[in-house]
Design a protein around this ligand. Structure first.
Ligand SMILES: *[C@@H]1O[C@H](CO)[C@@H](O)[C@H](O)[C@H]1NC(C)=O
Length: 206
């Protein structure tokens, strides 16, 4: 009984801790990291095929010294406003725990205090990335895995340096058509088979 109480208390504590960490507001984060991507404004990239190189470096004018708390860098693919319109499931929320702007993880790396030397990562756009307009954002996390800084490839209004990703849908469509054709074919051939059988049986019975 006592053990159970301890477990419940622990779970409650974990839950509370999570909720506390969950209250990080995006507007409270400083834009301390300069993030650039190889993609150009309006470029159309194909999911599953094309690559994107993301480069990040500490912005010295705003952040000298503040990166001593940075432990990891988390790169994310984020929906541009045009791809969030009328889509509640991609909605931006200042509370990061509820924010749905950046749903696709690119990578999480250990943060290297690099004295102004940029780091980069090349990513093959995953096949399951939906067709939309995007930008890239980087979150710096501290040792508690809490967001403490950020950077992004676009401006504050998310209006420049946006790129498009096109999902590979052509193949799925043709697969669907194929399967419809085959199932229609099998139903029709079954009917034809029964019809022939029936016709065969009749004369014998007479
Ligand atoms: C660093 O931050 C300042 C202030 O936000 C900005 O004006 C500047 O363009 C940034 N540096 C780079 C290289 O982006």
């Amino acid at each position: 009984m006592a053990a159970r109480g301890v477990v419940v208390a622990l779970l409650l504590l974990i839950f509370l801790a999570r909720t506390c960490y969950g209250t990080v507001l995006f507007s409270s984060l400083k834009r301390t990291i300069d993030v650039t991507a190889s993609s150009t404004q309006g470029q159309v990239l194909k999911a599953g095929i094309d690559k994107i190189t993301v480069t990040w470096v500490l912005n010295k004018t705003v952040a000298t010294g503040t990166d001593s708390a940075y432990k990891t860098i988390n790169l994310k693919l984020c929906y541009a406003p045009i791809s969030q319109k009328d889509r509640a499931w991609r909605k931006t929320d200042d509370k990061l725990a509820r924010d749905k702007t950046c749903q696709q993880d690119i990578v999480t790396r250990t943060y290297e205090a690099s004295n102004g030397i940029a780091q980069s990562f090349q990513w093959v756009i995953q096949r399951d990335v939906p067709t939309a307009t995007y930008f890239v954002r980087a979150y710096a996390h501290d040792s508690n895995d809490v967001e403490v800084g950020y950077g992004q490839t676009t401006d504050a209004k998310k209006s420049i340096n946006l790129f498009e990703i096109q999902a590979i849908s052509g193949r799925h469509v043709s697969l669907d058509i194929c399967s419809i054709c085959f199932s229609t074919f099998s139903v029709v051939s079954l009917l034809v088979f029964f019809y022939i059988e029936k016709k065969r049986e009749k004369p014998r019975n007479e």
